[in-house]
Design a protein around this ligand. Structure first.
Ligand code: SAM
Length: 355
């Protein structure tokens, strides 16, 4: 992956890009308004014939002025084009309107990150998630997840689940290749993966570890399945080094979990995994590493998501470069025995054993 080794833009492209950045918050909000007011959908429905400004503001009951400034912004942003006074949609407009990943990312950016990000520089200086107060008064976002107001709550879970759900089926096949009998799902969240494991293998036992609020949601979900008797719940604040993990499992699964922590915290968690796991057990780490992406937009999305951790989530974690992770795995006494890239949209699974 060498997307970031050369400055490939001409001076003209560079100054154009600089203006896109200078106006980025306005570009974002204008795009969201075009989407949410139904303007993009109306332009799309008009197909190749296109639609006039008057048709848009009349049908959508907007002022002429309001529809005009948004559509003109849409021209500059590249969401629509205009010929003979008629607007038609571009490919970018189509993605904004219809692509699930783009919608999930935009809603997450708007509902979870947008307001807080105004204080990003303070977060960098203090190491604190200074933007989190826009959502609630919690030490980290994780204590707030089960009680967060809408639409932030749905946008957070949709973002989290969109990426992990897309990788779970491939992940199951990898995990059950070595026929585990008892799996700790650390950071198991609402129980989605635990339920998939219980459904995949009729004998496997699961123990979920997470904050009490999340385990409450998981319990409620799992109670509706026929698998409840094969699950244990272990409430934990993993940031407290003194809180150890239940012993004896032959596999530990951590999906999109370790990225929620700083380097020192990751080593502490992995050391506790070392203490808990059976001697020949396997640790499965599923992460989105920006350096392992096939495509530049994938790496870009992860680099931007890092700043959500900086400003909103906890102030000290990120979407890591895999080289950093490998160093931490080694420090905690594990070696990577297998690495599977391109799982789902953007994940890598690292299978680790005790050294
Ligand atoms: C990004 S979510 C990943 C959820 C799930 N594994 C997945 O792949 O979708 C991170 C999880 O880590 C949990 N978590 C964060 N901080 C924690 C802490 N201090 N102690 C225990 N769990 C924590 C959160 O509650 C959340 O369920």
């Amino acid at each position: 992956m060498n997307f970031f080794t050369k400055d490939t833009k001409s001076a003209f492209e560079a100054i154009t890009n600089a203006q896109f950045i200078a106006f980025a918050p306005i570009v974002f909000q204008a795009t969201k308004s075009l989407r949410d007011l139904g303007i993009l959908a109306m332009v799309e429905e008009s197909g190749v014939n296109g639609v006039t400004l008057e048709e848009v503001y009349t049908k959508l009951k907007l002022s002429e002025y309001g529809a005009r400034v948004l559509l003109e912004a849409g021209l500059g942003i590249g969401l629509v084009i205009k010929n003979d006074e008629k607007y038609t949609i571009t490919k970018t407009g189509l993605f904004i309107l219809n692509d699930t990943m783009t919608r999930v990312n935009m809603d997450f950016t708007n509902d979870v990150c947008y307001e807080g990000m105004f204080t990003l520089t303070d977060s960098i200086k203090t190491g604190k998630p200074t933007g989190l107060k826009a959502l609630g008064d919690w030490p980290t976002v994780y204590e707030g997840l089960s009680v967060m107001k809408q639409p932030a709550k749905d946008s957070w879970f949709n973002f989290d689940h969109y990426y992990s759900d897309g990788s779970f089926d491939q992940a199951l096949a990898q995990l059950f290749k070595r026929k585990p009998k008892h799996i700790l799902d650390i950071g198991g969240n609402t129980g989605k993966f635990t339920m998939k494991c219980l459904n995949y293998d009729a004998d496997v036992k699961m123990t979920m570890l997470d904050l009490p609020g999340q385990l409450g949601m998981a319990k409620e979900n799992i109670a509706k399945t026929p698998f409840s008797d094969r699950v244990n719940y272990h409430p934990i604040n993993i940031l407290d080094d003194a809180q150890r993990f239940p012993k004896g499992a032959d596999a530990i699964w951590m999906s999109q979990f370790l990225d929620c922590f700083s380097e020192d915290e990751i080593v502490s968690i992995l050391k506790r995994c070392h203490e808990a796991i059976a001697e020949d057990g396997n640790i499965y780490i599923m992460e989105t590493f920006w350096d392992r992406q096939k495509f530049e937009p994938g790496a870009f999305s992860l680099q931007m998501t890092s700043l959500y951790f900086t400003n909103i989530a906890n102030g000290n974690s990120q979407m890591y470069d895999s080289a950093v992770f490998n160093r931490l795995i080694d420090k905690a006494g594990f070696k990577v025995v297998e690495q599977i890239d391109n799982v789902g949209i953007s994940h890598t699974i690292q299978v680790c054993k005790k050294k």
